[in-house]
Design a protein around this ligand. Structure first.
Ligand SMILES: Nc1ncnc2c1ncn2[C@@H]1O[C@H](COP(=O)(O)OP(=O)(O)O)[C@@H](O)[C@H]1O
Ligand SMILES: Nc1ccn([C@@H]2O[C@H](COP(=O)(O)OP(=O)(O)O)[C@@H](O)[C@H]2O)c(=O)n1
Length: 248
C-alpha cells in the first residue's frame, strides 16, 4: 500500500524519532477534527485525521461498485490504491484507485468523503479488524515519515491501539445532544433531531469495535459540553504543555 504525506512545514531533519505524539479519541461530533486542528496549529504540530482514511476507503469501494461489507474487497483496494492526506495546512485528501494508478491521476475526495451517504457506510468498512490493522500501520508510517516536531492523531482507537504510548492521550467528549447540535450547524438543511439519530446509530455501530466513550487508564477525559470552541482548544494545548513540562 502506498501513501503520500504532504508536509508543508519545514523538515526538522532527524525528527522521525523525536516526533511528539498527541493521541485524541472521541465520538462523532465531539470536536476531534476541528479542535485538534486548531490545537495542532497553535503548537506548530501536524494533524492526522484517521477517520478520513476510513471514509476514503468507503468512498473508493462505492466508486468501484464493490461490496461495502466485503473485507476481501477492502483489502484488495488497500493493496493497490494510493492514498494521500495533508498533515499541515488546509486538509486535502486524495485517492488513486488501483486501476488508475499511474495513468489517471489522483481524485480529490476531500469534500466527497464528508457526504452523508459516506458517513452512513463507513462503519461497515471500519468493522473489519484486518482492515484496521492495515490502516493503523499506514498511520504509524505517515507519522514516522512526517519529519514534524509533533503530530496530533485523532480518531477512535488512537489512545488505545494506534499510539498507546503517546505522551499525551485525550478522550474528547460532549453530550449527544450538544454534538448533534454542533454537527447540524455544519450540515445545512439537517435538523438536530435527524443528526442526533444518525450520530447515535453510527456511534453504536462503531462502539461494537472500539470503546471511545470510556477513557482507558492514563487517558485524560475532556468534556467539551460546556466549553466553547476556544476553551476546548486551550484545554488540549494545556494538556500538551503540561505533559511536555512534566517530561523535562
Ligand atoms: N467546544 C466547542 N464549542 C462549539 N463548537 C464546537 C466545539 N467543538 C467543536 N465544535 C464544532 O462542532 C462541529 C463538529 O466538530 P468536529 O471537529 O467535526 O467533530 P468530530 O471530528 O469529533 O466529528 C464543528 O463545526 C466544530 O467547529
Ligand atoms: N481511528 C478511527 C477513525 C475513524 N473510524 C471510522 O471512521 C468513521 C469516520 O470517522 P470520522 O472521525 O471522520 O467521523 P466524525 O467523528 O468526524 O464524524 C467512524 O464513524 C468510524 O467508523 C474508526 O473506526 N477508527
Amino acid at each position: 500500500m502506498e501513501n503520500a504525506v504532504t508536509n508543508e512545514a519545514p523538515s526538522t531533519g532527524d525528527a522521525v524519532d523525536g516526533t511528539v505524539l498527541v493521541a485524541i479519541d472521541g465520538p462523532a461530533g465531539s470536536g476531534k477534527s476541528s479542535v485538534s486542528r486548531a490545537a495542532a496549529d497553535r503548537l506548530g504540530f501536524g494533524i492526522l485525521d484517521t477517520g478520513a482514511a476510513y471514509r476514503a476507503l468507503a468512498w473508493a469501494l462505492r466508486e468501484r461498485g464493490d461490496d461495502i461489507d466485503s473485507e476481501a474487497a477492502a483489502l484488495t483496494l488497500l493493496d493497490g490504491w494510493h492514498y494521500g492526506i495533508t498533515l499541515r495546512g488546509e486538509q486535502r485528501v486524495t485517492v488513486e484507485l488501483p486501476e488508475t494508478v499511474g495513468i489517471g491521476g489522483a481524485t480529490d475526495v476531500t469534500a466527497a468523503i464528508r457526504a452523508n451517504e459516506i458517513s452512513a457506510l463507513v462503519s461497515r468498512v471500519s468493522k473489519h479488524p484486518v482492515v484496521r490493522d492495515r490502516l493503523n500501520a499506514m498511520f504509524r508510517a505517515m507519522v514516522a515519515e512526517s519529519g514534524l516536531p509533533g503530530v496530533v492523531i485523532e480518531g477512535r482507537d488512537i489512545t488505545t491501539v494506534v499510539a498507546p504510548d503517546a505522551p499525551v492521550r485525550l478522550l474528547l467528549t460532549a453530550s449527544p445532544e450538544v454534538r448533534a447540535q454542533r454537527r447540524a450547524g455544519d450540515l445545512p438543511g439537517s435538523s438536530a433531531e435527524q443528526v442526533l439519530a444518525e450520530l447515535r446509530a453510527r456511534d453504536e455501530k462503531d462502539a461494537e469495535v472500539v470503546d471511545f466513550f470510556t477513557p482507558a487508564p492514563g487517558v485524560v477525559l475532556v468534556d467539551t459540553s460546556d466549553l466553547d470552541f476556544e476553551q476546548s482548544v486551550q484545554a488540549v494545548v494545556d494538556a500538551v504543555r503540561e505533559a511536555q513540562e512534566g517530561a523535562r
